[in-house]
Design a protein around this ligand. Structure first.
Ligand code: ADP
Ligand code: MG
Length: 702
């Protein structure tokens, strides 16, 4: 019986081989079941009519509306590209101009002047008059007979499909034909208690209601039930995965807190750890001591002191007789970590070495030998650490900074460098919204540093238009006179690299003119320079020999110059939110009041405005991450490539955050009470799990 749902889509009445092939190619709908799972992305309330008058009052307010009235004589107007067909549509309250640019021939033949029509579409305005481009049309007489649902689902489709008649409406028709046949074939997948909690709506009923809702309330229940189910099974899979890893992957046992850690703490650490740092170190220590491999994500806003937590963790590894590696995404950052760590350790007997792409041949050779012999305790590096010739004596811990730049596969290579897999600590400075973290890293432990070191003054952020540049320069001068340093950052993307580089150079020149030698010095770094020049320029800025550093985003992550107190971001509208936040995090690292100045031209899109306003409003990385998620959606946020975000069919990580938390709790409880899903009350869940072949790709670290 169940097989009906597995039938190839072309066997559905009204589909056939040609459309079947298209559905498969365009929408991935290969079976009856796939069609059922093709959920509407919104609904139109067709029980509600607007009038021409209320549209005229506030055109902008309306998305899609329907009107009932009569169509007047059509006419052709305009020339060439602007050529179009129009007709006046009149109801009891006024009139609206209907406009068409395409499909004119067919319209001219079929449009019935003087007849009563229902028109449906998105209103706009042109020269002060309300219009409606390309409305859906239906004769009122037909409409009155055929009104079978007030709430009409809208399905995503493609141009190719629509050309073959598979419009949203046609897809709906297919579903309405399919639904009655599926009676009794859509088994429950949730436990009784869950169903009850969700308002008692069965799975079968839920499918019926989303595709052909009786009313808004039933629809809401159905959608909620299906969203919960989707999120529940993702969480169950992730938690199950976590359960398995914990049972099967053995890890080094770091039981000792020894000499090096204690000595560092007592003699070298120049400040107290923050409460959050202490808590996180404790979590990590406990994790590395319990005999299982640690897979932990460390989240903390820029400047929260993650590097130090990484270092303390590495010292624990050392105290237990193991080596540790710290991997950074860029050369500049690796060098900086190396310098910081070396400085912090002072004259402690710890051997720290640096390995990057530009490490000289001879040095590399001796380094690799020392590493293999176990003479190097901590190695800091870039991707170069992943190469096969990098062999450890006893690798116990890998700390990965700024995780989002490393692919999953690359991390796997590090893991392979040791028979017993090393503990893994991933530090990310791009806070991930809670809902995303739960979904992507649901099988990982998470630590959060939610506190900044004391004495930091919140950075003041302002938005200035290019016209105010003189005033901005004046402000920079004041700050420099106080001895502070300034970053000026320009966007640089591949597609417009030449132009972008020119802007950086122009900026450099005009700043050099405005802040001339010998009183001032302006430096420049960008990705197109060779390593030596870049390092030289960075070092000069760090030492305070340059007052202004003009750069591209090469300084985005991790660079730490406490005396720099002003960050100017040029063409700020071209940056994403998290990037802006990262850049801003380069200042505010010392005790001085710091500033971030977002420069833009006058023309800004709505999204850009929202981004800038968010930056001005808050310094909180988590809040910014949430806003970013809302603006861009989860795929973009993480970079679609290896994001590890499961494709969601109906749930939405932004809107359904609470439901997600409930789903995770429910999944956790099921596993706690019945780890193998053997109890009869969980039978539907167990069956559904077995049947999920499926599309869940969870982001795994290492
Ligand atoms: P991030 O989390 O962005 O990687 P860093 O590790 O670079 O932050 O730390 C930012 C700055 O704060 C560094 O200069 C570091 O020395 C300093 N710092 C870290 N922890 C503390 C602390 N507990 N008290 C004072 N300063 C600290
Ligand atoms: Mg850092």
């Amino acid at each position: 019986m169940q097989d009906l749902l597995e039938s190839p889509i072309e066997f559905l009445k009204g589909v056939g081989p040609q459309r079947g092939e298209l559905l498969r190619k365009e929408l991935g709908i290969g079976t009856f079941r796939d069609l059922l799972l093709h959920f509407p992305f919104r609904y139109i309330d067709r029980s509600r009519f607007h009038t021409a008058r209320d549209l005229a009052a506030q055109v902008e307010e309306h998305s899609q509306v329907q009107l009932r009235g009569r169509i007047g004589q059509w006419r052709m107007v305009g020339e060439k590209q602007g050529r179009r067909m129009t007709a006046t549509f009149t109801d009891a309250t006024g009139s609206v101009e209907l406009v068409w640019f395409k499909g004119l021939k067919w319209l001219q033949q079929s449009l019935k002047t003087g007849e009563e029509y229902i028109v449906f579409g998105r209103p706009g305005s042109f020269k002060g008059k309300v219009n409606m481009p390309h409305p859906e049309l239906e004769l009122a007489a037909t409409w009155d007979q055929g009104l079978d649902a007030a709430l009409q689902p809208v399905y995503s489709t493609t141009e190719k499909l629509a050309a073959k008649g598979l419009t949203s409406r046609a897809i709906w028709k297919l579903l309405k034909a399919l639904l009655p046949q599926t009676s009794g074939l859509i088994p429950e997948t949730l436990g009784q208690e869950h169903v009850q909690w969700l308002g008692g709506i069965s799975r079968e009923e839920a499918f019926r209601q989303v595709h052909a809702p009786l009313d808004a309330q039933q629809l809401e229940l159905a959608r909620r039930r299906l969203k919960f189910e989707e999120l529940f099974f993702i969480q169950l899979a992730l938690l199950k995965q976590k359960q398995l890893t914990q049972q099967s992957v053995r890890g080094h046992v770091f039981a000792r807190v020894g000499e090096r850690l204690n000595q560092f703490y007592a003699e070298q650490l120049p400040f107290e750890l923050t409460g959050a740092q202490k808590r996180v170190v404790k979590e990590i220590r406990k994790d590395m001591a319990d005999g299982r491999q640690m897979n932990r994500l460390l989240q903390g806003d820029v400047g929260s002191g993650k590097t130090l937590v990484g270092l303390l963790s590495m010292l624990i590894a050392l105290d237990n007789g193991y080596q540790a590696a710290l991997m950074a995404p860029t050369e500049i950052l690796a060098q900086q970590h190396f310098a910081t760590i070396t400085r912090m350790l002072g004259d402690m007997p710890v051997v720290v070495r640096l390995l990057t792409g530009s490490t000289k041949q001879g040095e590399r050779k001796s380094l690799l030998t020392a590493l293999r012999m176990g003479e190097v305790h901590i190695i800091v590096g870039t991707h170069a650490l992943l190469e096969d010739r990098v062999v450890f004596d006893r690798l116990g811990l890998v700390v990965i900074d700024e995780q989002h730049r490393f692919g999953v596969a690359q991390r796997a290579r590090l893991w392979a460098k040791s028979e017993v897999p090393p503990h893994v600590l991933v530090m990310t400075a791009t806070p991930i919204p809670r809902t995303l973290a739960m979904t992507i890293y649901g099988d990982l432990e998470t630590s959060v540093i939610d506190e900044l070191p004391p004495g930091r003054k919140p950075i003041r952020t302002v938005h200035r238009f290019d016209g105010a540049r003189n005033a901005v320069f004046g402000f920079l001068e004041e700050e420099m006179e106080k001895g502070r340093q300034v970053y000026v950052v320009y966007p640089l993307i591949e597609e417009s690299e030449k132009m972008d580089l020119k802007h950086v150079m122009d900026g450099f020149e005009s700043l050099s003119r405005r802040f001339p030698l010998p009183r001032y010095a302006v430096g420049i770094v960008h990705g197109r320079m060779d390593h030596e020049t870049k390092d030289y320029e960075m070092a000069r800025f760090k030492k305070g020999e340059t007052n202004v550093l003009v750069s591209t985003t090469v300084i985005e992550v991790g660079v730490d110059v406490p005396n720099a107190s002003v960050m100017v971001i040029e063409n700020a509208e071209r940056f994403g939110l998290s990037q802006l936040h990262q850049l801003r995090g380069r200042v505010g690292r010392g005790a001085e009041q710091s500033y971030c100045i977002l420069m833009t031209g006058d023309k800004l899109s709505q999204d850009a405005r929202t981004r800038l306003a968010t930056m001005v409003r808050t310094n909180d990385g988590f809040e910014i991450a949430e806003a970013d998620l809302r603006l861009r959606g989860p795929g973009d946020l993480m970079g679609t490539q290896q994001s590890g975000i499961p494709q969601l069919r109906i749930a939405d990580l932004v809107e359904d955050a609470e439901l997600l938390a409930s789903a995770r709790q429910a999944a956790q409880r099921v596993l706690d009470e019945d780890p193998a899903l053997q109890e009869p009350r969980h039978a539907p869940i167990a069956r559904a799990m077995r049947e999920r072949k499926d599309d869940v790709a969870w982001g795994r670290i290492s």
